[in-house]
Design a protein around this ligand. Structure first.
Ligand code: NI
Length: 167
């Protein structure tokens, strides 16, 4: 599973609307495996296919929070779509592997329901809240060519990079 190159701003792949996946084949599963490897090597907690210069609607998210008692979770979602968002908005700090050295305070829905498919084409429905809901919203934005800096009310330069929460 090779690590792929992560493209950074102003690479045009980051601003393109990614294509819906219609073929669930070995090449798709290879892409997912490579994305997981690339996310871990970065390291990051999420990655969207446009970040490795593939204009397809695929994201991976890996998350755990021992302090909060949240066990390790790894998600690979194809054609993810937010079908419900909580009305409550929370502000939180985000970074992005495609925007090295910057962090910003970004508003996100506190909880979301995401539907999509797994890499074999089986339907998925995920009820997410808190930090993992934030990561999914960030990754789905990538599929639409939207970056966190478009939504942030304040952006600042990190003295040390990369951010542990880079997505
Ligand atoms: Ni990102």
């Amino acid at each position: 599973m090779p690590v792929r190159e992560i493209v950074t701003v102003p690479h045009p792949a980051l601003r393109r609307k990614a294509q819906r996946v219609t073929t669930f084949d070995a090449a798709l599963r290879r892409l997912v495996d490579d994305m997981i490897e690339t996310m871990r090597a970065a390291p990051g907690v999420g990655l969207a296919a446009p970040q490795v210069n593939v204009s397809q609607r695929v994201i991976v998210v890996e998350y755990e929070d021992e302090e909060a008692g949240v066990p390790h979770q790894l998600y690979a979602v194809v054609n993810p779509r937010v079908v419900w968002a909580a009305p409550e908005i929370e502000w939180g700090v985000e970074g992005c592997l495609s925007i090295p050295g910057l962090a910003g305070e970004v508003p996100r829905a506190r909880a979301v329901t995401v539907v999509g498919q797994d890499p074999h084409g089986q339907p998925l429905r995920l009820n997410l809240d808190g930090w993992v809901a934030r990561i999914f919203q960030h990754e789905i934005d990538h599929l639409n060519g939207v970056l966190f800096t478009d939504r942030a009310r304040r952006v600042w330069r990190l003295e040390e990079s990369p951010s542990a929460a880079a997505v």
